[in-house]
Write a protein that binds this ligand. Structure first.
Ligand code: HEC
Length: 130
């Protein structure tokens, strides 16, 4: 009985620490590759770089969001009622895991609370690319 509780405890702390690590990885990638444009708190820069804070691009459909990172974005878009028509370059040099971690980070921060993005979901979309 005692042993069972111990194993349970070890596995809970293992999963908890894996989750904390993922969050830290995502934040580090964000700080290195995204912060300069989208800002530390995800508010972006008015008329220049759209906010990630409470953005339905971030909290919405995963496929569309993953594509922004893999392919970049160059069209007129609307975020939180403001329109933007600029260019974001592709970040396809990031690994599948890095893309998943950074997207999970922005989906669970900046006022967003959407389910995480998995490495596998990035891999599938990257393969589909022509
Ligand atoms: C050089 C500046 C720049 C960098 C670096 C950059 N972005 Fe962007 N991002 C933009 C711009 C500009 C747009 C809008 C493009 C358009 O108008 O079509 C955008 C759009 C987006 C969008 C969709 C709109 C929104 O606000 O929700 C997401 C999501 C996003 N970026 C996430 C990221 C992530 C994650 C990173 C880092 C891996 C990143 N960006 C790096 C400039 C940048």
């Amino acid at each position: 009985m005692k042993k069972g509780i111990l194993i349970l405890f070890i596995s809970i702390s293992y999963f908890a620490s894996a989750q904390v690590k993922k969050e830290a990885d995502g934040k580090a990638i964000y700080n290195q590759y995204c912060l300069a444009c989208h800002q530390e708190d995800g508010t972006g820069v008015p008329n220049l770089n759209p906010p990630l804070r409470k953005s339905d691009w971030v909290g919405g459909e995963k496929t569309r969001l993953i594509r922004v990172i893999l392919e970049g974005l160059n069209e007129e878009i609307e975020v939180n009622g403001e329109s933007y028509n600029r260019v974001m370059a592709s970040h396809d040099f990031l690994s599948d895991k890095q893309v998943a971690d950074v997207l999970t980070y922005i989906r669970t921060n900046f006022g967003n609370s959407a389910e995480p993005v998995k490495e596998e979901e990035v891999k599938v979309l990257r393969k589909k690319k022509p």
